[in-house]
Design a protein around this ligand. Structure first.
Ligand code: NDP
Ligand code: MG
Length: 372
C-alpha cells in the first residue's frame, strides 16, 4: 500500500523537495492533496502531474474549505511546508483530523508547542520534524531514548554574512541576504538565516520538541552544512548526523518513519576529497554581538510566558519589512528587542490565545515601523 501524502505549500521550496521525493519513490508514495497560497499555474501543473483532484489555493479559501480538503484527502501523512506563522492553522487542522504531521513549518512549534503536542497526543498522531537540525536530533533521540540525551548542539551555516565585518552589516540589502551559501530556500527563512533568527527559532523549536532547557541546546557555526546537528548522550559521547545539505533527506526520513527506505539520494562521502586537501569540517562559535537575534531567542525562552510568540511575530514582521526595503538589516533585531521589552508574561492556553498574542506583537511591530 502506498502512503498517501498531502502537501501544504506544494509550490514552495519544501513542497518542491517533497514532490521530488514522491517522484523518486513512486512505489512508496502518492499525492492525495495539494495546496498553495496563490500560485495557480504551478498548482494546476502539479495537480495534473500527480493526478490529484483535491487541491486548494488557500489565499481565496475559507477555513471550512481547508477542512473539507483535509477530510477528503484520506491522507496518511501531511507535509506542512507553508511559510511563516500562517502554517500554524494548517498544522492545527491536520492534527485535528488525526493525520501524522511532517512539520517543516517551525513557526507552528515556536508559537504553539504545548497546544500542538497535546493535539498530536490526543489524536494519536506522529509529530515528525522536517527542519534538518530537528530531524537529526529526532533520529538520534529515537535511537538512544530521550532519557539518555544530555544535550544537543544545533549547527548553523552562518548565512551569507558569516564573515562580513560588523560595520558592513549596516548596509547589506535584501538581495545580498538572499544569496545563501549552502541552502536554497524560501525568502523569509533565507532572511532569518542571515540574521541568525532562524537558529533562534530553531533553539526554541528544539527546546519545545525535545523538552530540553535552553542550557541544553547550544549553537555552533558549521559553514559546510554537512553535519545537521549533534546530540550528546548522558555518558558524554557526542554523536553527529551527516548528509549533503538537501532537504529531501529529512523529508524522506519523516515520510518513511518509523521505517527506513533504501535511499537513492546523493550521500555524503568523507573519502571523496583529494589526498592533499581531504574534506574539512569546521566549527566556529556564533558572533553573538553582531547577530543579536540568537541571544534574543534564548532570552525569550528564559522569560517564559509568551515571549517566544512575541519573538516570532516581531521577527516575521521585521524580516518582511527588510525584504520590502523598509528597514535596514540591524533594525530587524532592534524591532524585535523593542517588542520583547513589553510585558509578555501571560501564558497562552488555547490556539486562539496564541493568535491573539501574535496579533498584539505584530501591532507593536507595526508601531515601530510607523515611528521610523
Ligand atoms: P517558500 O516561501 O518557498 O514556500 C511557501 C509555500 O507556502 C508556498 O507553496 C506558498 O504558496 C505557500 N504559502 C505562502 N504563504 C502562505 C499563507 N499565508 N498561507 C498558505 N500558504 C502559504 O517557503 P519554504 O518552503 O522555504 O519554507 C516553508 C516552511 O518550511 C517555513 O516555515 C520554513 O521555515 C520551513 N523550512 C524550510 C526549509 C527550506 O529548505 N526551504 C528548511 C527548514 C525549514 P505560493 O507559492 O502560492 O505563494
Ligand atoms: Mg533548519
Amino acid at each position: 500500500m502506498k502512503k498517501k501524502v498531502a502537501v501544504f505549500g506544494c509550490t514552495g521550496s519544501i513542497g518542491t523537495s517533497t514532490l521530488n521525493i514522491i517522484r523518486e519513490f513512486p512505489d512508496e508514495f502518492e499525492v492525495c492533496a495539494l495546496t498553495a497560497q496563490s500560485n495557480k499555474a504551478k498548482l494546476e501543473a502539479l495537480a495534473h502531474e500527480f493526478h490529484c483532484r483535491n487541491t486548494l489555493l488557500t489565499a481565496y479559501a475559507k477555513p471550512e474549505q481547508v477542512d473539507t480538503l483535509i477530510a477528503q484527502s484520506n491522507a496518511d501523512i501531511a507535509v506542512n511546508g507553508v511559510a511563516g506563522s500562517a502554517g500554524l492553522q494548517f498544522s492545527h487542522m491536520i492534527l485535528t483530523h488525526g493525520i501524522d504531521l511532517a512539520l517543516a513549518n517551525k513557526e507552528t512549534i515556536v508559537m504553539a508547542a504545548p497546544q500542538i503536542k497535546k493535539l498530536a497526543q490526543e489524536h494519536h498522531c506522529a509529530l515528525l520534524p522536517v527542519d534538518s537540525e530537528h530531524s537529526a536530533v529526532f533520529s538520534m533521540t529515537e535511537r538512544f531514548g530521550i532519557e539518555n540525551i544530555h544535550s544537543a548542539i544545533l549547527t548553523a551555516s552562518g548565512g551569507p554574512f558569516r564573515t562580513l565585518p560588523a560595520e558592513q552589516l549596516q548596509t547589506v540589502t535584501a538581495a545580498d541576504a538572499l544569496k545563501h551559501p549552502t541552502w536554497n530556500m524560501g525568502h523569509k527563512i533565507t532572511i532569518d538565516s542571515a540574521t541568525l533568527a532562524n537558529k533562534g527559532l530553531e533553539v526554541i523549536e528544539a527546546c519545545a520538541l525535545f523538552d530540553l532547557s535552553p542550557e541544553q541546546v547550544q549553537v555552533v557555526i558549521h559553514p559546510q552544512s554537512l553535519i545537521h546537528s549533534f546530540v550528546r548522550t548522558k555518558d558524554g559521547v557526542l554523536y553527529a548526523q551527516l548528509s549533503p545539505p538537501d532537504m529531501r533527506h529529512p523529508i524522506l526520513t519523516a515520510l518513511t518513519w518509523p521505517r527506513m527506505t533504501a535511499s537513492t539520494l546523493e550521500q555524503f562521502d568523507p573519502a571523496a576529497g583529494t589526498p592533499q586537501d581531504g574534506i574539512a569540517l569546521t566549527f566556529y562559535p556564533p558572533r553573538l554581538n553582531d547577530f543579536p537575534m540568537l541571544s534574543l531567542a534564548y532570552q525569550a525562552i528564559r522569560s517564559k510566558g509568551s515571549y517566544t510568540i512575541a519573538y516570532n511575530a516581531a521577527n516575521e514582521a521585521a524580516a518582511l519589512a527588510f525584504l520590502a526595503g523598509q528597514i535596514r538589516f540591524h533594525e530587524i533585531a532592534e524591532l524585535t528587542e523593542t517588542v520583547l521589552s513589553s510585558d509578555w508574561q501571560q501564558t497562552a492556553v488555547t490556539i486562539s490565545d496564541v493568535l491573539l498574542l501574535d496579533k498584539q506583537a505584530r501591532t507593536q511591530a507595526q508601531q515601530f515601523l510607523n515611528r521610523r
